[in-house]
Write a protein that binds this ligand. Structure first.
Ligand SMILES: *Cc1c(COP(=O)(O)O)cnc(C)c1O
Length: 313
């Protein structure tokens, strides 16, 4: 696995006018297939599987899951079999994510949404073991203590590149990535998470619990911005489509709407509310996930059209 990360200065007019330095950590460039934060989240999980001689890694996700996509490829590279337990009945036509995963050798196990909600039920987990052998489970989204350990290294990469920031801002799904950033943050840096799910209050306790499991204490100085989920997971508002479109044109870098687009939108809103002081240095994390964009293009186009034809709210 390689890991060439760069930091780009974003000269976005709105931020420049207010004297706010905004940089972008390009984790989307870490690896062509194991993109972004998933590379860091999987690193120590794979190492442990190799050490223990586990022959099967099993995890959970939706049809467009970046985690499932990354795990399938990482398993293939490491020579470890992978099983993806996928939310929803088997479709007639697989998403491109699942086509890739299957092509890399992942076995796909489709379950109803009802069953998926009960995925941690011991009886269900035992059934899976009967089908696929003695597996090492990785939770949905890949967040566990080993993922937190891996994500601490994102901060090390920033420091290696000479980056020094007042605020570091990153998308949150399950919060594992944010927990790693919090655990390793420099003393003067505030960590800001942007949850992409609606009603993500559970993240406060999940993140604290991940910090504990990985052997640390909560050092504080972090918060969650709760107003930029845009209706929920993989939901796209006209404002989000517009924000991403403007960003692509000005910065020349593409974001995707499920995670990174929402971080940019949250930063614009914080700027508008005066929450980013003149002279402050802010780092946004481009956590990757570009493979998922393949499933979102039509919706993005539609919502951009709505925005440009004057749709409000
Ligand atoms: C999975 C993912 C996240 C969220 O990571 P968590 O550790 O689950 O909070 C953020 N950005 C991208 C692009 C992702 O694929």
């Amino acid at each position: 696995m390689k890991s060439d990360v760069v930091i780009s200065r974003l000269n976005l007019p709105g931020f420049q006018e207010r004297g706010v330095q905004l940089d972008l950590l390009r984790l989307d460039l870490t690896h062509p297939q194991i993109s972004g934060n998933k590379w860091f989240k999987l690193k120590y999980n794979l190492n442990r599987a190799k050490q223990k001689g586990s022959s099967v890694l099993l995890s959970f996700g939706g049809a467009w899951s970046n985690h499932i996509h990354a795990l399938a490829f990482a398993g293939k590279e490491a020579g470890i079999a992978t099983v993806g337990v996928i939310r929803g009945e088997e479709p007639q036509c697989y998403s491109q994510t699942l086509v890739d995963a299957q092509c890399w050798g992942m076995k796909l196990h489709f379950v109803s949404r009802q069953q998926y909600r009960e995925k941690n039920d011991p009886v269900f987990l035992k059934q899976l073991a009967e089908l696929y052998g003695d597996y090492q489970p990785i939770p949905e989204g890949g967040s566990n203590a080993l993922a937190v350990q891996g994500c601490r290294e994102i901060v090390a990469q920033i420091e290696r590149l000479g980056g020094d920031y007042d605020k570091i801002c990153c998308a949150c799904g399950t919060g594992g990535t944010l927990a790693g950033l919090i655990a390793a943050r420099p003393e003067h840096t505030e960590i800001i998470g942007v949850p992409v799910l609606k009603g993500a209050d559970f993240l406060y306790s999940d993140i604290r619990s991940l910090l504990q499991q990985s052997g640390g204490v909560d050092p504080g100085q972090w918060r969650l911005i709760m107003d930029s989920h845009e209706g929920g997971y993989a939901k796209v508002s006209p404002q989000l489509a517009d924000c991403m479109d403007r960003f692509a044109r000005v910065a020349g870098i593409e974001l995707e709407p499920v995670y990174t687009g929402k971080v940019m939108l949250a930063l614009e809103r914080m700027l508008a509310r005066g929450e980013l002081a003149a002279g402050s240095r802010v780092l946004m994390i481009h956590s990757g996930g570009m493979q998922g964009l393949r499933g979102m293009r039509d919706l993005l186009r539609k919502q951009l059209k709505r925005h440009n034809s004057g749709y409000n709210v």
